[in-house]
Write a protein that binds this ligand. Structure first.
Ligand code: ADP
Length: 167
């Protein structure tokens, strides 16, 4: 069994992320999407909400779920991989700017856990510009995000701002 791990913030999950999930499932026997809890940033959605939005978006996007798991993790990715019997980390690459930080992180993970390998999947050209921060920024100013995210995420984002403005 080749179990791959796809880590990220997914705040929120985008169509670019979903495309990487779908393609990873074609390459590996199973995929664990790991919502990493990054304590540096204040997220738009809690880790639990992000997990739930990914689960619902995967279904909405018609991605088969038999070999897909979505969880959150607050610890080291290298430890998580070991505990889950995985030695493959999947990362998406959009631009040269992604490369530098990903390269550094892959090297650090390999040092922490030598059997761990990172696999990079190149973005589809149509998702090159897409990131969670673009979704947050566009939606903040009331822009249309329907081509960036699933309808469950679009609804959750609207609800997020409605709640924020209601406070
Ligand atoms: P972001 O806020 O940049 O979307 P994440 O931490 O949620 O960051 O991203 C998780 C992983 O998904 C990273 O490896 C990132 O490079 C990849 N990724 C994000 N958006 C895309 C996209 N549009 N196409 C391909 N890979 C992507």
């Amino acid at each position: 069994m080749r179990i791959a791990i796809y880590p990220g913030s997914f705040d929120p999950v985008t169509r670019g992320h979903l495309d990487i999930m779908k393609r990873s499932l074609n390459l590996f026997d199973s995929l664990i999407v790991v919502v990493m809890q990054n304590n540096k940033k204040t997220p738009m959605f809690t880790a639990e909400e992000r997990v739930e939005l990914i689960k619902q978006s995967v279904v909405e996007a018609g991605i088969p779920t038999e070999h897909l798991k979505v969880v959150s993790n607050a610890g080291l990715l290298a430890d998580f991989a070991k505990e889950n019997g995985s030695s493959i980390i999947v990362k998406g690459l959009r631009a040269i700017s992604d490369f530098e930080s990903e390269f550094q992180m892959a090297a650090a993970n390999q040092k922490l856990s030598p059997q761990l390998d990172s696999v990079f999947i190149m973005t589809r050209a149509k998702y090159m510009y897409l990131s969670s921060s673009i979704v947050r920024e566009v939606s903040y100013f009331g822009g249309d995000i329907s081509s960036f995210v699933t309808s469950v995420v679009e609804t959750a984002v609207k609800e997020h701002y409605r709640r924020q403005h209601g406070e």
